[in-house]
Design a protein around this ligand. Structure first.
Ligand code: PEP
Ligand code: MN
Length: 335
């Protein structure tokens, strides 16, 4: 971290400021005295340094971080890829491609079990399905809630597929005890209390990127979970808000290699919520695999026109079968 001091800084102010920095943070300080101003270089772990506190000091002209503010999620301090074991046969981040597939919302036993059986046959290795739904309208279907969780467990029992489903509040964490991967949705990416509590569990977490979150903000959210003790975090790119309105969101394909460079955490891509249209799911999913995604999460519904949520972006099981075959053959070609 580089701190430029104002020319008016007195020697007394300088020494009390540097003493405070040394006492508060575990850093060493280099000093350069220029003609007009003095520059301080803080060396060491500056992740805990509060940049706003520094900026607020009268003697400070400006301050700049030269290191990323996240540590545990940072590839610099953990060069090898993180692999997250979900079951004996499913490890995410080990170089293989995993597809999480299933409906936006769990609607009935027949629906979830039927979809689970068909996506498993097509090669999906995990079942997705929302039980608690974050809907823009309070009048829209809100999910089957705890009954939805039970139905996901029934589908898991029948198919052997581990389940991934979204949590929305801290008080539900106990209810998610038996879920294989807990999803934090885009709208909760900065629900810091939820992230902290999930950090105190040992559950694999699928952390979706917030609707307008920068990559650094997203990594800082992963850091919240990891700083509280849980290293099993997967980052899910699901499209971001841009000025484009044709698609529901804009899939940020560049986020995949960028995250891979900055972090050791696995990257999952959700082409469904980026696209908003079922015909766009295949090309976006292919782009994600080509760009290095460790997995995909894709919405599949047995009857999209009658889906209780996100029908327009849902593939039928038959369409999913074709898309999955193409994705696996692309993956094989890339190895
Ligand atoms: C979902 O997965 O159904 C969902 C609501 O996703 P997101 O949080 O990315 O909008
Ligand atoms: Mn959805």
């Amino acid at each position: 971290m580089i701190i430029v001091l104002k020319p008016s800084t007195t020697p007394e102010q300088l020494s009390s400021f540097t003493e405070k920095l040394r006492n508060d943070y575990d850093v060493t300080i280099n000093r350069w005295d220029g003609v007009h101003s003095t520059v301080l270089g803080l060396i060491g772990d500056t992740t805990r340094v509060d940049i706003e506190y520094i900026e607020a000091q009268d003697i400070v002209e400006n301050v700049k971080r030269v290191q990323e503010p996240y540590k545990k999620a940072n590839r610099k301090f953990h060069p090898e890829n993180t692999e997250i074991k979900i079951t004996d046969s499913v490890t995410i981040g080990d170089g293989s491609l995993h597809i999480m597939a299933g409906p936006c919302s769990v609607e009935s036993e027949e629906q979830i079990v039927g979809i689970a059986e068909s996506v498993r046959k097509s090669g999906a290795t995990l079942l997705r399905g929302g039980a608690f739904k974050p809907r823009t309208s309070p009048y829209a279907f809100q999910g089957l809630r705890s009954e939805g969780l039970d139905l996901l467990k029934t589908a898991r029992k029948q198919t052997g597929l581990p389940i991934v489903t979204e949590i929305m509040r801290v008080s539900h964490i106990d209810m998610f005890e038996n879920v294989d991967i807990i999803q934090v949705g885009a709208r909760n990416m900065q629900n810091f209390e939820l992230l902290k509590e999930l950090g105190r569990t040992d559950k694999p977490i699928l952390l979706k990127r917030g609707l307008s979150a920068t990559i650094e903000e997203w990594l800082m959210s992963a850091e919240y979970i990891m700083a509280n003790g849980n290293d099993k975090v997967m980052l899910c790119e699901r499209g971001i808000r841009t000025y484009e309105t044709f698609t529901r969101n804009t899939l940020d394909v560049s986020a995949i290699p960028v995250i891979k460079k900055l972090s050791h955490l696995p990257v999952i891509v959700d082409p469904s919520h980026a696209a908003g249209k079922s015909w766009l799911v295949e090309p976006l999913a292919m782009a994600a695999v080509a760009a290095g995604a460790d997995g995909l999460i894709i919405e599949v519904h047995n009857d999209p026109p009658h889906a209780l949520s996100d029908g327009a972006q849902s593939l039928t099981p038959e369409q999913f079968d074709e898309v999955a075959a193409k994705l696996f053959s692309l993956k094989r070609a890339l190895i």
